[in-house]
Ligand binder design. Structure first.
Ligand SMILES: Nc1ncnc2c1ncn2[C@@H]1O[C@H](COP(=O)(O)OP(=O)(O)O)[C@@H](O)[C@H]1O
Ligand SMILES: [Mg+2]
Length: 276
């Protein structure tokens, strides 16, 4: 459960700002984290992280270079692969070429504990390849009707593309955590009723002008203002991502122990039979 696509139906809801902060929080927990800017040709992660990137996805695609050449470390402790801003080579990528890029990303993912993909907004062939390769989907929405509608449409498509996705909702720009929970439980109800799927709630992030200020100053919000309300909210979302699959792994371990016990138990019984 290491790859999580960060998506939204509607643009401008805070995906990139939240992605950079969550990557920083998870890296602060001594995990190896890769943030991949999947908004091909229109990247923002480098801007919000405040770094200049020499080799971007644009260079990788144009020059046929290895994806690992585009990995740059950030001050916040995670690695970033940045898209190339305005590169037509990225804007014009076809489905099969995006699939190949995602394949390379999955090979690289082996060297990380968590991979976060900051996707383009909306649905379609620029997002689906990332959803197919992910185990988790973080859907970011605000409490506005249009954003919620588009978030629902995204979910509907996402589970068509990859039925095994574990999806979690993050409600951004809320006035209070209670407001976020209220919005989430309504969406969860609708998703359960009409899509027969379980949507997890990964938290809500308070609206705070400090977030916009940090982005404008090209600083990662959670690193610049670690004690501010939205940073605390972001820790919950980061924990939800870090907790993904942990239960499943524990169950696998238990069943592995069960198998070992049954093999050794059988051997012990066999030798007791022989001894008798
Ligand atoms: N919780 C928040 N409070 C205040 N401003 C926010 C918050 N989350 C995001 N923003 C601001 O909203 C704007 C859009 O965010 P961005 O991450 O670029 O959205 P997206 O990636 O979804 O297009 C940015 O200026 C960002 O600083
Ligand atoms: Mg963005």
């Amino acid at each position: 459960m290491k790859t999580v696509a960060i998506c939204s139906g509607k643009g401008g809801v805070g995906k990139t700002a939240l992605a950079c902060s969550i990557a920083a929080i998870i890296a602060g927990d001594q995990k190896r984290v890769l943030l991949f800017d999947g908004n091909l040709g229109l990247p923002n992660c480098d801007v919000y992280c405040g770094i200049e990137v020499g080799c971007t996805l644009g260079h990788i695609v144009r020059d046929g270079r290895e994806l690992r050449d585009a990995v740059v470390p950030t001050k916040a402790g995670f690695d970033l692969i940045s898209g190339g801003s305005g590169w037509k080579e990225l804007a014009q990528l076809e489905g099969a070429e995006i699939d190949a890029l995602v394949g390379d990303l999955m090979v690289l993912a082996d060297t990380y504990d968590h991979v976060l993909i900051d996707c383009a907004p909306g649905v379609g062939n620029r997002v689906f390849p990332f959803l197919r390769a992910s185990q988790g989907l973080m859907v970011v929405t605000t409490s506005e009707a249009a954003s919620l509608m588009d978030g629902y449409a995204l979910l509907k498509n996402a589970w068509d593309v990859n039925p095994s996705l574990t999806a979690g909702l993050v409600v951004n720009h809320v006035g209070s955590p209670a407001q976020g929970r209220g919005v989430a439980s309504e969406v969860q109800g609708i998703v359960g009723q009409f899509l027969s799927q379980e949507l997890e709630y990964w938290g809500s992030i308070r609206h705070d002008s400090l977030v916009a200020r940090a982005c404008a100053e090209r600083r990662i919000f959670a690193s610049a203002f670690p004690t501010a309300g939205p940073s605390q909210d972001l820790v919950d979302a980061a924990n939800a991502i870090m907790g993904l699959g942990v239960e499943a792994e524990a169950t696998e371990e238990i069943s592995m122990l069960g198998r070992i016990k049954s093999v050794f138990g059988k051997k012990t019984e066999d030798s007791e039979d022989k001894a008798a």
